[in-house]
Design a binder for this molecule. Structure first.
Ligand SMILES: Nc1nc2c(c(=O)[nH]1)N[C@H]1C(S)=C(S)[C@@H](COP(=O)(O)OP(=O)(O)OC[C@H]3O[C@@H](n4cnc5c(=O)[nH]c(N)nc54)[C@H](O)[C@@H]3O)O[C@H]1N2
Ligand SMILES: Nc1nc2c(c(=O)[nH]1)N[C@H]1C(S)=C(S)[C@@H](COP(=O)(O)OP(=O)(O)OC[C@H]3O[C@@H](n4cnc5c(=O)[nH]c(N)nc54)[C@H](O)[C@@H]3O)O[C@H]1N2
Ligand code: SF4
Ligand code: SF4
Ligand code: SF4
Ligand code: FES
Ligand SMILES: [Mo]
Length: 669
């Protein structure tokens, strides 16, 4: 620990702490502009200058490491004068005529800093030139006139997203933030994650959807969880007058620490389709608006008639975007009480059934958490596309690559990660097992086995040359990757649907054995991560909703879609069912085909729980009031059960303990 004195207050901090963080920890405010708690200190704006006893000049506290015995003053006349001078220069450089800026009046860190210094005018006559405005991006505008060159956006795009789209064109007073080699943002390599937007301290990067819709003092912020995929990123809903203005990443969330992908930040605000706002029943061939009472009665009588008749009875399918509470009611109602022929989820267990089978065989969970990626020196990604899907997990990988982490991608087909990989392996379809055993063979032949595999694999037959003949991967590449894994200190293994979709479990078991040999999996820790599918894949698995959805002679099909957007594939399944019930938020070919439609809340209109790919139990909160006749998914099951005279239990925490977890259960922690 280090002890220093700031404004006469003794402060104790761990070694490596900056003076700025030490001051913040002690509750002493130092104004900053380029600093951001999730970015590497940069020391560019000089707003954070402090006086240090014994130093000849003022020091930027954001980059200054605290040292034992250091005596710091944050509020001397010299410091105050320097701050005002820094701001004076910034205001004279570009157009900060704030009355036209959407963040003026409380939301701008530059303006707030000026008020903090008591500035009410520009001491220097501004002589700024007009700068361009880049309006080419779908979701935000980059107005160079408001830019203070703090580079938070550039640093965030590189350090947090690993996308390296933004840079600076260095031409003195004409310095400018640029995308790629100075192309319009909308035509750049930008992946629209919006992280730059979220870190910009001024109105230089502004959100198209929420600009001028309300300042921070006018809005409500509600912490919640993104239901875009099974990563389960922490978000904040920015709400005003029952409208979702904007979604921001929650900097304090354990999973994503502030970053989001396009699906989490922008998709929920774009047009999701036509809402269903009342119950509908089919009369004389056409769907007509009706009361909840009539709709529920109609559904209940058909369910009652088909109850317990197996494959001539009820087929029920729920979206894996529904909260735990709704999935548990769904399971009780259709599996336990109505004894339906099929009770499953939209994913049909494609991402979870196989890992679940392996966990049962092992008798315990075997997967680790996403934070192991931050320390990885080798990442092996197999059958998973983290550029396309689960993007925030992909950011974690992309951001460590410049720090020397090696990436191995195993995928026979196109995969966005191939372009980033140090080793891009494309084994022939169906040869993953042989490739993985080949890598084990290399580790064994180097005498570098850190833990023994639990399965039996024929290593002698899997020499690099033999494996090369089977897989089509060059023998030298197999040797190099094997050596890389043998030398790795923190190897991480990530797998996805490319591996779990296969009907045979051996490739996944071989991956676990390779991880054991490379020191990534033992009784105490796991650096093996499976990405799963939608937001509640894991909960669906825990409630046994992981079977194929094969309709045969079923008389009634009940599809609880919630706000999911199902494909035409599902429509084909239910095309010939005599009676179709669809519980949905949005109109679709499925609701068009339905005999009864029950209007369901979207994610932001209902509260509930989700289990992310790590087994972390998280909450979504209600930020919006649904339309009057629309009910939460859980409430719809409750009402249906009541109509049927059935009582449903609320003990979902206990119910989730009946199957063996795939990753460590957070519920028990
Ligand atoms: N942004 C975003 N994220 C998503 C989703 C989304 O729509 N958008 N959807 C979510 C859902 S529902 C799911 S299921 C997941 C899917 O996410 P992923 O698990 O990434 O699934 P896929 O893209 O189906 O497959 C990944 C890769 O496996 C490869 N592959 C196919 N067969 C094999 C094989 O035999 N061996 C190997 N080694 N590779 C193979 C494919 O070429 C593909 O590149 O993503 C979830 N996350
Ligand atoms: N044989 C086989 N069966 C499988 C799988 C498999 O790999 N093989 N995978 C399983 C898994 S993991 C899953 S998740 C399911 C997927 O099964 P489905 O839920 O049927 O999902 P997708 O095929 O991903 O299609 C989603 C549809 O929603 C549309 N869509 C996406 N976003 C929006 C939007 O914002 N607005 C609107 N209006 N439409 C949108 C897309 O264009 C697409 O048509 O299938 C499962 N079943
Ligand atoms: S939106 Fe994301 S990828 Fe695009 S420039 Fe900003 S930080 Fe980079
Ligand atoms: S655009 Fe915003 S975040 Fe980027 S340098 Fe300019 S002011 Fe800073
Ligand atoms: S990675 Fe998944 S959970 Fe995170 S913001 Fe994107 S869609 Fe949402
Ligand atoms: S906050 Fe320290 S130099 Fe910008
Ligand atoms: Mo999926």
């Amino acid at each position: 620990m280090i002890t220093l004195t700031i404004d006469g207050k003794e402060v104790h901090v761990p070694e490596g702490t900056t003076v700025l963080r030490a001051a913040q920890q002690a509750g002493i405010h130092i104004p900053t502009l380029c600093d951001h708690k999730h970015l590497v200190p940069y020391g560019g704006c000089r707003m954070c200058l402090v006086e240090v006893e014994g130093a000849r000049t003022l020091q930027p506290s954001c980059t200054l490491p605290a040292a034992n015995g250091m005596v710091v003053y944050t509020n001397t006349p010299a410091v105050q004068e320097a701050r005002t001078f820094v701001l004076t220069l910034i205001f004279s450089e570009r157009n900060h005529f704030c009355m036209y800026c959407p963040v003026s009046g409380g939301d701008c860190e530059l303006q707030n800093a000026a008020y903090g210094q008591g500035m009410t005018e520009w001491p220097l006559q501004p002589n700024w030139q007009p700068y361009p405005v880049d309006g080419s991006h779908e979701f935000f505008v980059l107005d160079h006139n408001r830019c203070i060159m703090c580079r938070r956006c550039v640093r965030a795009c590189a350090e947090l997203v690993g996308n390296f789209t933004l840079g600076v064109q260095e031409r003195g007073a004409n310095s400018r933030i640029i995308a790629d080699l100075d192309v319009p943002l909308g035509e750049s390599t930008c992946i629209s994650c919006g992280t730059c937007l979220q870190v910009c301290p001024t109105g230089a990067i502004i959100d198209r959807a929420s600009a001028y819709q309300g300042r921070l003092k006018d809005v409500t912020r509600i912490k919640s969880t993104c239901v875009g995929c099974s990563v389960g990123c922490g978000i904040e809903m920015i709400v005003r007058d029952n409208r979702l203005l904007r979604i921001e990443g929650d900097w304090d969330a354990p999973v994503n620490q502030g970053v989001l992908c396009k699906i989490g930040r922008f998709d929920p605000l774009t047009n999701q389709g036509e809402r269903i706002i009342t119950p509908l029943v089919r009369r004389n061939g056409a769907l007509k608006a009706t009361t909840w009472e009539e709709a529920l009665q109609t559904v209940a009588s058909r369910l009652q008639a088909a109850k317990g008749r197996g494959s001539a009875g009820i087929a029920a399918l729920a979206s894996t975007r529904l909260p735990v509470e709704a999935l548990y009611y769904f399971k009780q109602l259709f599996a336990d009480k109505l004894d339906s022929g099929i009770v499953t989820s939209i994913e049909e267990g494609v991402t979870t059934a196989l890992p679940g089978w392996v966990a049962h065989k092992l008798g315990k969970p075997f997967e680790g958490t996403l934070d192991t990626i931050h320390k990885a020196d080798v990442v092996l990604a197999i059958g998973v596309d983290l550029v396309e899907n689960h993007q925030v997990a992909g950011f974690f990988v992309k951001r460590i690559l410049p720090r020397g982490c090696k990436l191995v991608v195993v995928d026979p087909y196109d995969n966005g990660m191939h372009a980033l990989a140090d080793f891009s392996l494309r084994p022939k379809k169906g040869t993953d097992y042989d490739l993985l055993v080949g890598l084990m063979q290399v580790i064994a032949s180097l005498g570098r086995v850190r833990a023994h595999p639990i399965g039996t694999h024929d290593l002698t037959r899997h020499t690099p040359d033999n494996v090369s003949r089977i897989t089509g991967v060059p023998a030298e590449t197999i040797r190099e990757v094997g050596r890389l894994l043998a030398d790795a200190e923190h190897p991480v293994f990530i797998y996805g649907k490319g591996l779990t979709r296969a009907s045979f479990p051996t490739a996944l078991e071989a991956l676990l054995d390779l991880a054991r040999m490379a020191g990534a999996l033992d009784d105490n820790r796991s650096a093996v991560i499976g990405t799963k599918g939608q937001a509640n894949s894991m909960a669906a698995y825990l409630f046994d909703l992981d079977k194929a959805f094969d309709l045969k002679g079923h008389q009634v099909a009940y599809l609880a879609l919630g706000d999911d957007h199902p494909s035409a594939r599902l429509l084909e399944h239910v095309e010939h069912v005599p009676f179709l019930v669809v519980q949905a938020s949005y109109a679709s070919p499925l609701t068009d085909r339905a005999d009864v439609v029950l209007p369901a809340a979207i994610w932001a209109e209902q509260a509930g729980h989700y289990v992310n790919l790590e087994g972390r139990l998280q909450e979504t909160r209600q930020g919006l009031t649904p339309p009057r006749e629309v009910r939460s998914n859980a409430a719809i099951f409750q009402a249906l059960a009541e109509t049927l005279g059935i009582t449903l239990e609320d003990n979902w925490r206990d119910a989730m303990q009946q199957r063996i977890w795939i990753s460590q259960p957070d519920v028990c922690r």
